[in-house]
Ligand binder design. Structure first.
Ligand SMILES: [Zn+2]
Length: 280
């Protein structure tokens, strides 16, 4: 079994990230699974070197040693950056475009929200894409009713309707034509043979979207990946941390001489309860 920790270096990591990494790591140990570190630097403009360094410092501080992935910032830049995978991601995106799952659309997020609110027809979804200027972004056409089965750790599955959860996401970006997060994340998980994924509950729509993309692309193994979505921040006693506590940067905690002990304890208790439910 294989799982991954997938931080994004667009800010300093916070307690919510730490909880996710610690739960993932603890589960992996309990299940004899390998942990990969994937630093998601797809959005290159938001990446800063200090954020990349913060990831390595934070993992050290939390006592997490991934089995695979970059050993430090230099190894990351040279061998593991998502920027090296753009051509591979494009194969996935082109696969979707060829079968007509995508449409060209320059509408803003606000315009899309307005159409959803008023029930107006979104003409981009139905017009001929060949008539468009180059550099137009391409979105995934999510069917109006879109049930997606999300396999869980307990051997069961939950079916969610993706349509009301997410606006048609951009798959190929404006101007650069580069594949977006949904494609890149799926592509990486498929290529690395990931078998279970632990995410915050805010990412359930992304999970459902990626399962839909995998279905469209015939990546059948991905439909068997097990998912767990945890509440965004839990305290040592299992109670939700306040927003501000959850948002505290790990760097600030480290610099104030803080210990990760209570975070580790909360994550261990949470993961151990999950292991008891686990039925692969
Ligand atoms: Zn549009």
């Amino acid at each position: 079994m294989r799982t991954r920790i997938a931080p994004t270096p667009s800010g300093f990591l916070h307690a919510g990230n730490a909880f996710n990494f610690l739960v993932t790591d603890r589960l992996a140990k309990a299940l004899g699974a390998k942990v990969l570190l994937r630093i998601d630097d797809l959005d290159a403009e938001r990446v800063r070197p200090e954020y990349v360094e913060d990831i390595f410092h934070s993992l050290d501080w939390l006592g997490i040693k991934p089995d695979e992935g970059p050993s430090g910032p230099e190894d990351f830049a040279r061998n593991w950056s998502q920027q090296h995978r753009i051509e591979r991601n494009k194969e996935f995106a082109e696969g979707l475009r060829k079968q007509g799952a995508l449409y060209a659309c320059s509408c803003s997020r606000t315009e899309l929200e307005e159409m959803t609110r008023t029930g107006a027809v979104h003409h981009c979804r139905v017009r001929d894409p060949e008539a468009l200027e180059p550099g137009t972004p391409w979105r995934l056409r999510i069917p109006e009713h879109c049930p997606v089965e999300v396999p869980g750790f307990d051997g069961g599955s939950t079916t969610v309707d993706l349509a009301p959860m997410m606006q048609d996401p951009v798959i190929l970006q404006r101007e650069s034509g580069r594949p977006s997060y949904q494609v890149a994340s799926l592509c990486d998980d498929v290529d690395r043979g990931i078998t279970f994924i632990v995410r915050g509950e805010d990412l359930l729509p992304s999970t459902a979207c990626q399962l839909l993309l995998a279905r469209l692309l015939g990546e059948v193994a991905f439909a068997r990946v097990l998912f767990h979505h945890h509440p965004l921040a839990l305290g040592a006693d299992g109670l939700k941390l306040s927003k501000s506590a959850g948002a505290t940067s790990l760097m600030a905690l480290r610099e104030n001489g803080g210990s990760p002990r209570s975070l580790v304890a909360a994550a261990v208790a949470y993961a151990d309860a999950l292991v008891k439910e686990f039925k692969p």
